[in-house]
Every structure is written in structure tokens, then in C-alpha cells.
Write a protein that binds this ligand. Structure first.
Ligand code: ZN
Ligand code: ZN
Length: 256
């Protein structure tokens, strides 16, 4: 193995590294109804194909899930830090599934964050919008039988979205950011983070291309889950900030 070329600013690594020592005995009342508390457990440099990051591994007191943050630039004490919350999707992120847009979202976010002065991506291990991998596959099977993504989750006894962002809020607080600009089309994420005391100073729209496999899924997210997605580059667009356009999807015959 070659030396990693150009280790960026040791000062950065040192900054985050200090959080490991700071958190060694951390134990607060916790965030949210489940009183989740996290500690920064380990920090290392992570060069990626999208740019340079530090990877921050967190321990938490709730489950054995290993949530991480990818941090670009200097974020401790910073305001308006561009931030993306990404929920793990094994089938999309790692296996390249076209049933959803997760991998495109992940890659787009990492590229965008790496091009900015600073940024954070929280990689949250809440597979299948919090229902887990096996249940996600069950939901896919129900979708093949004709249900949409929301009804399929409900048929399995879950809410449309089981994700809880208390852990994300604590992670952001642990990273010492003063405020964030959230890269999202999902207003629920903003609401939840604010409820947990995170200052969201703005929203950065997240622009993605759809494909023939995930178009219906994206339409459902827009129509039924209140996401700011404009599938047809058309009329319906809501309150907050810039319209979010799903590029490359202009067929005249799109239903809905
Ligand atoms: Zn805590
Ligand atoms: Zn996915």
C-alpha cells in the first residue's frame, strides 16, 4: 500500500479526535422518548472516491447499531454546516438496487459535501426506513402484489416511516455544530431535529434523477409522505425554499 496521498490538515483530525477523550465518561439524560445517548468512540481519516472525510464512529446506549458520521472540513463550533442524514439501505447503497433512490442520494450528497468548505453526512443504521432488512424485503414482495410503499409498510404493521432522529440530533450535538443546513426533501426530518434542539438554519434541496424502477416509489413519497419532490417538473410545489426537481423525468403519460 502506498502512503495515503495528502493527508488533509492534521489539525482537523486532532479536533475530532479530542471528542473521543471528551466523551469517554459522557452520560447525559439522553435525547427523545428513548433517552438515547451517544459517545464519539473513534475517529479516523477516510479518503473516498467522492472526496476526503473523517469517519466518526459512535457508541450509543440504545441498540447495538453502529451509527457513523462522515465529516468534511472543520465543523466543531461552526454554524450553517451543510448536513445530510442518510438512512442505511443495504440493497441500494451497497448492492445497487434500482427499487429506490438511496444510492443516488448518498453519492450526490457525498459529492456535494466534499465540494463544500465543510459538511457532515450522518449514516444512520435504520434500514428500510427503520423496519429492518427482512421486513423491507417482505414489503417489496407486497409491492409486487400491487401495494405502494406506504400501504406495504402498513400491511406489515408499521407506520409509513419508523425512523427516529433523536440519535441523529445527539450525534450533531456531539460533533459540536452550532447550526446546520439540512440537505433534504423531507420536512419531517427538519421538524424532528428541531424538536430535539438542533438549530436548522436552512434547507438545501436534494435533486435526484428518477428511473423507471423507482419512479412510482418517488411519486408515492411526494404524494403520500409529504416529501418535496416534483416528479413532473410541474405545478405542485410547497412552502419551503426552492422547488426540488426530479430531473430527467418528463414523460407526458406519468400517472398521478
Ligand atoms: Zn448523551
Ligand atoms: Zn433504498
Amino acid at each position: 500500500m502506498k502512503e495515503p496521498s495528502e493527508v488533509p490538515s492534521q489539525a482537523q483530525a486532532t479536533g475530532l479526535q479530542q471528542l473521543v477523550d471528551r466523551d469517554r465518561d459522557h452520560n447525559c439524560g439522553g435525547f427523545g422518548v428513548h433517552h438515547v445517548c451517544v459517545k464519539v468512540d473513534a475517529v479516523a481519516h477516510l479518503p473516498t472516491r467522492f472526496g476526503d472525510f473523517q469517519i466518526v464512529a459512535f457508541w450509543n446506549n440504545r441498540d447495538n447499531k453502529e451509527h457513523i458520521a462522515l465529516v468534511h472540513g472543520d465543523v466543531i463550533g461552526a454554524a450553517d454546516v451543510p448536513t445530510r442524514l442518510h438512512s442505511e439501505c443495504l440493497t441500494g447503497d451497497a448492492l445497487g438496487s434500482l427499487r429506490c433512490d438511496c444510492r443516488d442520494q448518498l453519492e450526490t450528497a457525498l459529492r456535494a459535501l466534499a465540494s463544500m468548505e465543510r459538511g457532515i453526512l450522518l449514516y444512520l443504521r435504520q434500514e428500510g426506513r427503520g423496519i429492518g432488512l427482512v421486513n423491507k424485503v417482505r414489503a417489496y414482495a407486497l409491492q409486487e402484489a400491487g401495494l405502494d410503499t406506504v400501504d406495504a409498510n402498513r400491511a406489515l404493521g408499521f407506520r409509513d416511516d419508523e425512523r427516529d432522529y433523536a440519535v441523529a440530533a445527539h450525534m450533531l450535538q456531539s460533533l459540536g455544530v452550532r447550526s446546520i443546513q439540512l440537505m433534504t426533501n423531507n420536512p419531517d426530518k427538519i421538524r424532528q431535529l428541531e424538536q430535539h434542539g438542533i438549530t436548522v438554519s436552512g434547507r438545501l434541496p436534494h435533486v435526484m434523477a428518477s428511473n423507471e424502477h423507482n419512479r412510482f416509489y418517488l411519486q408515492t413519497k411526494a404524494a403520500r409522505s409529504g416529501h418535496f419532490i416534483d416528479i413532473d417538473e410541474g405545478a405542485r410545489l410547497p412552502r419551503q425554499g426552492d422547488p426540488v426537481v426530479v430531473a430527467g423525468d418528463r414523460e407526458d403519460d406519468a400517472e398521478g
